[in-house]
Every structure is written in C-alpha cells, then in structure tokens.
Design a protein around this ligand. Structure first.
Ligand code: ATP
Ligand code: MG
Length: 300
C-alpha cells in the first residue's frame, strides 16, 4: 500500500447499551479505493461519520490526510468531501446553480467557480441537464450532481456512503464510471456498500464489516481465494446438475469439457463459476449478506 491517507485504529462507538463500533481498524492508501462492505446496521455510516468529523468516537483514533479527526476537525474537513446516503442538493435550483452556489461557499475564485463547475458537469455527463431544475432529475442524476458538488474543492479523500443504493442497474453503471474517473484523477476513495458486486467492480481493497468489526480485509481476489476455488457447473438435458472443481485455467477447463464429451453427457448448459463476494460473506459470517433495502422512494 502507498502512504496511508486514512488510518483508523480501534474505533469504538456505542449508543446506550448498543455497541455500534467495536474496535474498527482501517487503512486506505493514497489513490486507493477501499470498499467498506457490510449489511444493514453493520456500522458503515457510523465509521464514515467519525472519519469525516461529524461524529466523535467513544474510543480509538483516526487520522485523515495526516490530521486527527477529533483534535483537528477543521483541517480534516478541508481535505475531504462526503457524499451521503441521500443526495443533498437543492431541488429548486438548476444543476449549474447548485454547483455555483456551493463553489462560492467553498471560497473558489470567481473564474474558478465557472470553470470547475463546467468541468464537473462535463465529467459527470450533466452539461445539458445542468440548465434544468434538480426537481426534474432522475435519482441517478441527483447522485451524480451530489458527487460533483463534493469534488468542487478538489478533496484529497472522498467518502461515498452507499453511492448507488436504490439506483437501477443502468444508473448504477453510470455512477460507477463517474467514480472511476474520480479515481483516475488520483483521489483516494472510501466507499461503503451493501453490494458485493459494487465492491468487486470499484475497489482495490475490500474491508468486510459486520457488527461493528472488520472481519476481513483484502483484495476481492484474495477474499474469493480464501473462500475456495472455481468450478465448472454443468446442467444435463435431463436436468441433473454437476459441479466440477477447476483451477480456472483455460487448459483445465478444456480438460474437463473434453472429459464430459468423452463420457457422452448431453449438456444443456455449462459455465465456469468463480466464488463471488456473496460466497465470501457466507463463509465469513455463516449467513448470507442481508439483501439491501430499496430506498428509491426516500430519495425522489
Ligand atoms: N444516533 C443513533 N442512535 C442510536 N442508534 C444508532 C444511531 N445511529 C446509528 N445507530 C445504530 O447503529 C447501528 C449501525 O448503524 P450504521 O448507520 O452505522 O449502519 P450501516 O452499516 O450504515 O447500515 P445501513 O446499511 O443500513 O446504512 C444500527 O443498529 C443503528 O440503528
Ligand atoms: Mg449506512
């Protein structure tokens, strides 16, 4: 890992008897994308709120861009942006007006307000939509605008709390592209997600959080490898299914298929299946990842 830009050690947080964070350790390297993956109530938002200075931990320490989140909150805030679970843009303003307003609040110079706003509208494919009031935007467009607002002041670290929850698959893919272009600019990203596929698509590393503890940390590939190897799945014409272990290489899959052919099996369908992050969650926690709650109605 490159020099860590986000470092959390032993973060704890409780509400009354409820322990929400039970000693969270995290490191995010410069320019890295870390996905904090976990089901509802795991402690993702609480972690992000502590790292972005909105909430004080009961114990532990955290540094962002080299500053202590408790002792130097102003310095931390100057280095970050936070895009929450629900978009926070003004419905009655146009996209461009939202950006201009927030750019002025972020003390950008007069010329920079215009150039940076135009640049972000372009990057996020909102140039035409920028002329319309946000009230008319789809959920995906709102999220993109919200993210653009967060990037006005070129933050070193971007926190994205469930950036695509409640979006349809196409809007989700669009937002993934946008996040990739943010990363390509060298920004460090910590995103939370309940979607295993999202972590797989975007993240260099995945930290799996459950009941306020990080229970696994590694690349998606490492996590999958820990869970087990790939297999070839066959369905015969008579409906019988077979799973054959493979190392996933072309040579090995060819050998298996040649063997199937030799045995004269009437194959209706076959595929090579690698372990998914869902399998990872099941292995680590002994239960499937809880399915995400649809929040589309709350954001529109
Ligand atoms: N202000 C609060 N008072 C009491 N309990 C809280 C408060 N904020 C969070 N919690 C509880 O802390 C736990 C973790 O919440 P958190 O929002 O961090 O989870 P999450 O992983 O972000 O979940 P989700 O995927 O639903 O957004 C939950 O059980 C939640 O109900
Ligand atoms: Mg949350």
């Amino acid at each position: 890992m490159t020099a860590p830009v986000v470092v959390a050690r032993g973060l704890r947080k409780s509400y009354g008897d409820l322990t929400v964070l039970d000693g969270v350790d995290l490191d995010v390297g410069k320019g890295e994308v870390l996905a904090l993956l976990g089901p509802n109530g795991a402690g993702k938002t609480t972690t992000v709120r502590i790292l972005s200075t909105l909430l004080r931990p009961d114990g532990g320490t955290a540094h962002v861009a080299g500053k202590d989140v408790v002792r130097q909150p102003a310095e931390v805030r100057a280095a970050i942006s936070l895009t929450g679970q629900f978009a926070a843009v003004d419905d009655l303003l146009t996209g461009t007006e939202n950006l201009h307003l927030m750019a002025r609040l972020a003390h950008l110079g007069r010329a920079e307000v215009r150039t940076r706003s135009a640049e972000l509208l372009e990057l996020f494919d909102l140039t035409d939509a920028g002329k319309r009031v946000v009230k008319t935007y789809s959920g995906g467009m709102r999220r993109r605008l919200d993210l653009a607002v967060g990037l006005l002041s070129r933050p070193q670290v971007v926190f994205l709390d469930e950036p695509t929850t409640g979006l349809d698959p196409r809007s989700r893919n669009d937002l993934w592209d946008v996040i990739r272009s943010v990363v390509a600019e060298g920004t460090t990203v910590l995103l939370t997600t309940q979607y295993l596929e999202e972590a797989d698509q975007l993240a260099d590393r995945v930290a799996v959080i459950d009941h306020g503890r990080v229970i696994a940390d590694g690349t998606a590939r490492e996590l999958k490898r820990a869970v087990g190897s790939a297999h070839v799945e066959l369905r015969r014409k008579d409906g019988t299914e077979e799973r054959l272990l493979t190392d996933g290489s072309v040579a090995d899959v060819r050998r298996i298929l040649a063997d199937v052919e030799r045995r004269g099996i009437d194959v209706e369908h076959w595929e090579v299946r690698s372990p998914t992050l869902d399998d990872v969650f099941l292995t680590l926690t002994g239960r499937p990842a809880e399915s995400p709650v649809l929040v589309a109605s709350r954001e529109s």
